[in-house]
Design a protein around this ligand. Structure first.
Ligand code: HMG
Ligand code: MG
Length: 307
């Protein structure tokens, strides 16, 4: 049987762009339900400026609940937090996190809007982060945003993405998540870009991160899967988006991805029924309808033969 790795990002990429601010206890309950549904890789928050992204405030408190003393190392769940700079990294170390994610963009305008610096400056900020990661034995995942298009500049060249993915790999990221931040990619574009990326970075170090703004995310995942990508990010219910990417919808919904891979007999380790239950628990807490179609309608339940 074939396998894929799913990285659940609802607690970070999802909640960061919701107007509803869940309490730390509700965030923990969501974490707990996701882990019970089989999630093994989960991004739980971000050590970014709370003035920029208030939804991610209190990530340290959530870490204290998720990573109890003594269980930090032996836990089978890999909990990650997003960090933009040394200040965020120091908070992650203090919180006892064993994996962080750094993030850069492929377009200058998005980089400025999102983190208030150029692409080159963002890589300079990663130098002390990587040094601390080495010292404290913390794994580092890398994100690249706007790989398929930028909300400000439009088209982004494949050559630019390829060179930045190489740069992140060289920096020491164990995995690089290639982001369609505004959900603008199509399957042909995905196939073309990943074929080029595979030539410069080992395929098992690449991941796909697809927002579903135009309803293309599942098709894009399938296109990436067909060229050998085996790690995908997704968000329970299809929560969220990026607060600095105007018009971007949430990530592809975890339930929808698992429904597709279950049907293809590709093992994910996640349990669809528990994900659907989690969607139904989460729905009344949010102020809009969650976008996941599978979460909403569930599995097929035959009504019975028509006589
Ligand atoms: P800045 O204003 O340029 O930073 O923000 P600064 O160094 O000049 O510091 C200004 C203030 O921020 C100071 O506080 C610092 O202490 C504080 P003040 O003196 O004004 O009270 N500060 C911090 N506070 C908490 N944590 C920190 C931190 N660093 C500085 N780490 C900064 C620069 C990066 C902090 C800011 O731009 C920021 O926080 N941006 C948020 C970006 C963000 O979270 N975006 C969403 C996530 S990325 C995403 O969604 C894309 C992704 O999903 C992939 C995809 O879909 O493509 C990953
Ligand atoms: Mg994202």
């Amino acid at each position: 049987m074939k396998n894929v790795k799913i990285v659940e990002v609802g607690l970070r990429d999802g909640l960061q762009n919701e107007t509803t601010q869940l309490s730390v206890e509700q965030r923990y309950d969501l974490y707990d339900k996701l882990v019970r549904a089989g999630v093994k890789n989960i991004e739980i928050g971000a050590f970014v400026s709370p003035k920029w992204v208030p939804q991610m405030a209190l990530t340290a408190e959530l870490c204290a609940m998720v990573l109890p003393e003594g269980e930090k190392v032996k836990s089978k769940v890999q909990a990650t937090v997003l960090v933009p700079n040394e200040q965020g990294m120091l908070q992650a170390i203090e919180a006892g996190v064993k994996e962080v994610a750094i993030f850069a963009a492929c377009s200058e305008s998005f980089s400025q809007k999102n983190i208030n610096c150029s692409i080159d400056e963002s890589f300079e900020r990663f130098v002390p982060v990587m040094k601390l990661a080495k010292e404290f034995k913390i794994k580092v995942r890398g994100y690249l945003s706007t790989c398929f298009g930028c909300p400000f500049e439009g088209k982004v060249s494949e050559a630019k993405v390829v060179s930045l993915v190489k740069k992140m790999h060289k920096l020491g990221c164990y995995e690089i998540s290639v982001g369609d931040t505004i959900g603008v990619a199509n399957a042909a574009q995905v196939e073309s870009l990943f074929k080029k990326l595979k030539k410069v970075v080992p395929v098992n170090k690449l991941a796909g991160h697809f927002h579903d703004t135009r309803g293309q995310a599942l098709a894009n995942i399938l296109a990436a899967y067909n060229v050998g990508i085996r790690t995908f990010d997704s968000s329970i219910g299809g929560l969220g988006g990026c607060p600095y990417a105007p018009g971007a919808a949430g990530n592809v919904a975890t339930e929808d991805v698992i429904y597709m891979f279950d049907g293809m007999k590709v093992k994910t380790g996640l349990k669809l029924d528990q994900l659907i239950d989690t969607h139904r628990w989460l729905q009344p807490l949010m102020d809009h309808q969650l976008s996941s179609k599978v979460g909403r309608v569930g599995r097929l339940k035959p009504i019975g033969k028509v006589q």
